[in-house]
Design a binder for this molecule. Structure first.
Ligand SMILES: C[C@@]1(CC(=O)O)C2=NC(=C\c3[nH]c(c(CCC(=O)O)c3CC(=O)O)Cc3[nH]c(c(CC(=O)O)c3CCC(=O)O)/C=C3\N/C(=C\2)[C@@H](CCC(=O)O)[C@]3(C)CC(=O)O)/[C@H]1CCC(=O)O
Ligand SMILES: NC(=O)c1ccc[n+]([C@@H]2O[C@H](COP(=O)([O-])OP(=O)(O)OC[C@H]3O[C@@H](n4cnc5c(N)ncnc54)[C@H](O)[C@@H]3O)[C@@H](O)[C@H]2O)c1
Length: 191
């Protein structure tokens, strides 16, 4: 069964704790920033890799603390990502985050994740998130690449035009729904 419910988070307004600054920490930060360049991230690691340092130092909203994980770093955070190479530390981060009712992702243990990071396609205002329910991150990556290629660059223009048309509609809710359904019909029929 697939029970996941996707949401689109304003991570520039949420505080994220990322523990671990190695390969996986870098990958998680890279995709987070690619989609959300102003994501508010505090990264804590005993040691940061050169690629993590390079990526994080370019982002104004990412701060780095060179230290071993401690519960105090959970303070004032909304989301937590545990990406150390120490399973026991990752489990401790998970347990202490759950005590505080925080949402937590443990990168090496899907069973301990409250949420997964997905493959993400962005075309202007359009954003599509892809998950395989943790079964194959590589398939999520491939589907992301496929959608990036097939979705036209004009997608954003289309959305902006639809938004402008929507703003011109006078009438009740039912009238607006009908008008928007009519004008977008061609989007889903074969041409
Ligand atoms: C989508 C993406 C987003 C991102 O990272 O932001 C993402 N992983 C990506 C790539 C990727 N990750 C891995 C490979 C190597 C091949 C392989 O092992 O399959 C590749 C491919 C590559 O790098 O080419 C290894 C891996 N990943 C996880 C484990 C642990 C495990 O499964 O037990 C292991 C084994 C570690 C080991 O064996 O040591 C776990 C998770 N990875 C997830 C997300 C979550 C599930 C998403 C879903 O529902 O589909 C989840 C559950 C948790 C989480 O991390 O949130 C990003 C692609 C971004 C893009 O390109 O667009
Ligand atoms: N989810 C995914 O996409 C994915 C992909 C590949 C690997 N993994 C798994 O993720 C884990 C991490 O792998 P990696 O390649 O990033 O390792 P790595 O050795 O490159 O990095 C580990 C990081 O954790 C930090 N660290 C270790 N103990 C710490 C502590 N107590 N407090 C703070 N920081 C601490 C280190 O300083 C380092 O920055 C492994 O278990 C690996 O199997 C997950």
């Amino acid at each position: 069964m697939n029970h996941l419910y996707p949401v689109f988070l304003k991570v520039h307004e949420l505080n994220i704790l990322l523990v671990g600054g190695g390969n996986v920490g870098t990958e998680k930060l890279e995709f987070l920033l690619k989609s959300s360049p102003n994501a508010q991230v505090t990264a804590v690691a005993k040691e940061f890799s050169p690629s993590f340092l390079e990526l994080a130092s370019k982002a104004e909203t990412v701060s780095m603390i060179t230290d071993a994980y401690d519960e105090k770093y959970l303070g004032a955070k909304h989301l937590v990502i545990a990406a150390t190479d120490d399973k026991e530390v990752n489990k401790l981060i998970h347990d202490q985050a759950k005590e505080r009712f925080l949402l937590v992702n443990v990168a090496d243990t899907p069973a301990l994740c409250d949420f997964y990071l997905g493959g993400i396609v962005t075309k202007g205002n359009l954003k599509i998130a892809i998950s395989t329910n943790g079964k194959s991150p590589t398939a999520a990556k491939r589907l992301r690449q496929l959608f990036e290629e097939v979705l036209p660059e004009e997608m954003d223009e289309l959305l902006n035009n639809l938004n402008a048309y929507r703003d011109t509609l006078k009438g009740d809710f039912e009238y607006k729904v009908k008008a928007m359904n009519k004008i977008t019909k061609g989007l889903v029929t074969n041409r």
